[in-house]
Design a binder for this molecule. Structure first.
Ligand SMILES: [Zn+2]
Length: 491
């Protein structure tokens, strides 16, 4: 495997040498041939010889110059146009100086809304931005913009209906079994996550937390040394230090792929919304962790060798005051009992019992919501899941309840009116909302310095990582051509 990857790296060295190879294949200088012909002419007398010699030299010089000019014209105009007219080739990827194989460290900062990086001084994150490649207007999460569906889309390159984690919690309609975020039964976790792909190729993977990483699946056994069981109380510093420790062993034992996860600033975002000073402090702390990581990699002389990809799973928007919609307000049109509702807000997911027409429920709910008589009713629209906008990719799974509500940004849905009025933050909304975007910042040998790329969906990251590692990934929803559009050329 190492040999395969080294040969990929070496392509970059060959690229600039092509024009030189063309020069080496040029025909011999024609003026040399003319000179040798004249030396075979017979010589009659000294005077005649001098005269002939002078004339010959004059003729020879003229012919040589004419030939040289003609040849130069032909050479530059036809045989090697790239020397004159093509733009300079992109810089080649940087070769590894210390590590024996490409290494990707994928870091998630939960709920890191796009734009948080400018809330305060973030010198370490900006070091990665300035010397790496970033999504200029952020990374687009998948719908629903929730933690588990998105982390697992990043890991598998699949939309939620295909990787199976369609919500943070849900019920399987066939078995009646419930999924929650502590469930590691492989039956829920479909697709092939990166740690499994990497292991399948005989490479080492390590996970310091990532939804789905503790699931024993295929060749991935979640080995104790390289796969940490989730424990939110482990200090962030310790997480960074454990990852750094992987670089202290023999070079060929350094994992090819590593994950690192931080719960912040999502944690604070839910409590106080995206615009509170608590978020600023949390962002500054994440920046310190990035600094601790960069410093540790530099001490070990591997910072320029390691590909660091810093992402979030989704953004955050403030929810407050009167932005509430109550399902009980729909009772004049239809009664939606609590036990039909699998999740309320921001993703309203309803599964009525067998025998109830789901189409009828949708029609009556929308009648009520559009009547002008339901408080904030105009900010919620319900759909049969098959009729949701195609761009949401949220229908092709039995696990998705048949009725899905899309709510306006910042609104919440509750069963019934209560006295509590909370202000905080939420996510899970339509992934078209800018507030749901997060960050993509990548730094490493295959990422151009200071490059900005347009926003893209996080299902592209799977193919990006397998391309960097030089391995073939499992089929997924990412584009095969995406890595070529963002990575430095390797051929
Ligand atoms: Zn959250």
């Amino acid at each position: 495997m190492d040999n395969e990857m080294e040969s990929n790296t070496s392509f970059s060295i060959l690229t600039p040498s092509k024009p030189l190879q063309q020069q080496e294949q040029d025909p011999p200088n024609p003026s040399t041939a003319l000179l040798s012909d004249h030396h075979h002419q017979p010589i009659k007398s000294p005077l005649l010889f001098s005269s002939l010699l002078f004339t010959s030299l004059l003729l020879l010089t003229s012919l040589s110059l004419a030939s040289a000019v003609a040849f130069a014209f032909l050479y530059f105009s036809s045989s090697s146009p790239s020397l004159c007219y093509s733009p300079p080739p992109p810089p080649p990827i940087k070769t590894l100086s210390k590590l024996s194989h490409p290494t990707v460290l994928l870091i998630s900062s939960d709920g890191f809304r796009f734009g948080y990086q400018h809330k305060t001084q973030t010198p370490n994150i900006h070091r990665l931005i300035n010397n790496g490649t970033t999504a200029d207007l952020g990374l687009i999460p998948v719908f629903p913009t929730l933690t588990f569906p998105n982390h697992y889309s990043i890991a598998t390159g699949l939309y939620p209906p295909h990787h199976g984690i369609i919500n943070n919690y849900f019920t399987d309609p066939i078995t009646g079994d419930n999924f929650n975020m502590q469930n590691h039964d492989p039956k829920w976790w479909l697709g092939e996550p990166l740690w499994e792909t990497v292991t399948r190729h005989g490479l080492r993977a390590s996970t310091f937390f990532w939804p789905g990483s503790e699931v024993v699946k295929g060749p991935w056994t979640c080995p104790k040394k390289y796969c940490k069981q989730y424990n939110g109380s482990v200090p962030f510093e310790d997480r960074v230090d454990v990852v750094l420790g992987y670089f202290d062993g023999p070079a060929d034992e350094v994992p090819s792929f590593m994950t690192l996860y931080f719960e912040d600033p999502d944690h604070q975002g839910h409590q106080v919304g995206p615009d509170d000073p608590a978020i600023t402090n949390a962002v500054a702390n994440i920046d310190r962790m990035v600094g601790r990581l960069i410093g540790g990699l530099e001490e070990r002389g591997v910072f320029e060798d390691v590909t660091v990809i810093l992402v979030g799973d989704h953004g955050m928007v403030g929810t407050c005051d009167k932005k509430l919609i109550y399902l009980e307000s729909l009772e004049p049109w239809i009664k939606v009992p609590e036990d039909w509702v699998q999740s309320y807000s921001p993703l309203l997911a309803i599964r009525p019992p067998l025998g109830v027409s789901v189409a009828d429920v949708v029609t009556k709910m929308n009648e009520g919501l559009g009547s002008g008589k339901v408080e904030n009713g105009m900010y919620l629209k319900v759909y049969l899941k098959e009729e949701l906008p195609e761009r949401l990719h949220y229908s092709e799974s039995d696990r998705i309840p048949p009725i899905i509500g899309l709510v306006e940004e910042g609104y919440k849905i509750e069963q019934k009116r209560s006295k509590k009025k909370e202000c905080g933050g939420a996510h899970g909304y339509d992934n078209a909302f800018f507030s749901m975007r997060t960050i993509f910042i990548a730094h490493g040998p295959q990422f151009e310095r200071g490059r900005k790329v347009p926003s893209f969906e996080n299902v592209q990251i799977y193919n990006l990582v397998t391309a960097i590692l030089g391995i073939k990934g499992a089929p997924n929803n990412g584009s095969v051509s995406f890595p070529g559009s963002i990575l430095l050329s390797t051929s």
